[in-house]
Design a protein around this ligand. Structure first.
Ligand SMILES: NC(=O)C1=CN([C@@H]2O[C@H](COP(=O)(O)OP(=O)(O)OC[C@H]3O[C@@H](n4cnc5c(N)ncnc54)[C@H](OP(=O)(O)O)[C@@H]3O)[C@@H](O)[C@H]2O)C=CC1
Ligand SMILES: Cc1cn([C@H]2C[C@H](O)[C@@H](COP(=O)(O)OP(=O)(O)O[C@H]3O[C@@H](C)C(=O)[C@@H](O)[C@H]3O)O2)c(=O)[nH]c1=O
Length: 301
């Protein structure tokens, strides 16, 4: 290695996206990693952020802290605003004072879901609920306060850690013979490791002089529904574990009642990240196979 590694500071480092970034970056000599879980840095505390940045002086901050549930946000919109909007503002202000670029994660749920063909970065936002509103406010703070930012919208994350649809599905599948999955909400699942790959690739190119700040979309390739994804998860897991479930029944979202309203189609078009950084979408099915294999390599049943 001829030059010093690029130092990245990750907030929310124990979560599904944060921990994937930490694991990939720690295996890559290009980076040195400062992984800050909530215990080590509470992003709702501006003074603590300033202290952490002064102490570590990172080249980039990646904000993976947040509230990641549409239903929980609906139950507690103030907390969603605190974690997804005010915290992003705190980070943008502190990063701005030290000229540190910020990578901010955002979501497909900033859209209302009426474009059946999917959304580009230029399309109008119109969140349907408290979660999307809080994430959109976070985006707006970052855009206003810090020119050197990347806002990366992604969707339907799945991971071997944290609270996500895939792990919830697996625990349900161990308990129940019959499961239900919504089949009229379309989107693109994204592996947390695939997202981590994309974020690190973007940072490498920014570090080599690409001045491509702004808002981007990235998600796994192939549009599906929660039903389609559920079938794929169960089939992949069955290679490694006997599951109790013997049938997944497709249901309409009107018959699967949840607190939050969700977009009908939250497909993110990813042409801009390809044009700016040469980053291509990877099929989520391949990423799922890889993640499930690694997951069963770690857990003892
Ligand atoms: N999950 C998804 O499908 C998608 C997520 N995103 C966005 O990506 C980001 C990360 O989401 P994801 O990785 O799924 O979320 P996780 O819940 O897996 O991780 C979030 C992490 O943030 C931590 N955290 C909570 N409060 C604070 C705080 N005050 N200070 C510091 N850390 C805190 C949590 O810690 P603890 O668990 O201890 O509370 C957790 O480790 C979020 O902004 C989310 O909106 C975007 C699109 C899709
Ligand atoms: C548990 C479960 C849910 N569902 C459906 C109901 C609903 O439409 C959807 C809800 O699942 P979740 O609560 O995991 O997903 P949800 O909170 O909608 O997921 C979203 O999270 C935020 C953080 C994002 O940014 C989005 O990209 C997206 O991933 O799945 C089923 O169909 N079957 C099931 O067994």
């Amino acid at each position: 290695m001829l030059s010093d590694p690029v130092k990245i500071l990750i907030t929310g480092a124990d979560g599904q996206s944060g921990s994937a970034i930490v694991r990939l970056a720690e295996a890559d000599a290009f980076f040195s990693v400062v992984a800050l879980s909530r215990k080590l840095l509470d992003v709702t505390q501006p003074a603590k952020i300033v202290e952490a940045l002064d102490k570590h002086l990172p080249d980039y901050v990646i904000n993976c802290a947040g509230l990641n549930s549409a239903d929980r946000a609906e139950r507690d919109p103030q907390r969603a605003m605190l974690l997804n909007a005010e915290a992003a503002r705190n980070l943008a202000v502190a990063c701005g004072d030290l000229s540190i670029p910020l990578i901010q994660l955002s979501t497909d749920y900033v859209f209302d879901g009426h474009y059946a063909s999917g959304y580009t970065e230029e399309d109008d936002t119109r969140p349907l609920g408290a979660y999307g509103e809080s994430k959109l406010s976070g985006e707006e703070y970052v855009r206003q306060l810090l020119p050197q930012h990347i806002i990366l919208r992604t969707s339907w994350l799945f991971s071997d850690r944290g609270d996500n649809f895939m792990l919830r599905l697996l625990s349900e599948a161990r308990e129940h013979a019959l499961m239900y999955a919504v089949d009229d909400r379309r989107g693109c699942p994204t592996s947390s490791f695939d997202l981590a790959r994309v974020i690190l690739a973007i940072i490498k190119q920014l570090s080599c002089g690409a001045e491509a700040w702004g808002t981007y979309h990235y998600c796994g390739a192939e549009v599906t529904t929660r039903y389609g994804f559920s079938e794929a998860v169960i089939a992949a897991a069955r290679q490694y574990e006997d599951l109790k479930v013997d049938s997944i029944q497709p249901v309409a979202s009107k018959d699967y009642v949840t607190e939050a309203q969700r977009p009908a189609t939250s497909v993110l078009k990813c042409g801009k990240v390809l044009n700016a950084f040469g980053i291509r979408q990877r099929p989520w099915r391949l990423e799922l196979q890889r993640l499930i294999r690694d997951y069963y390599g770690q857990v003892r049943l």
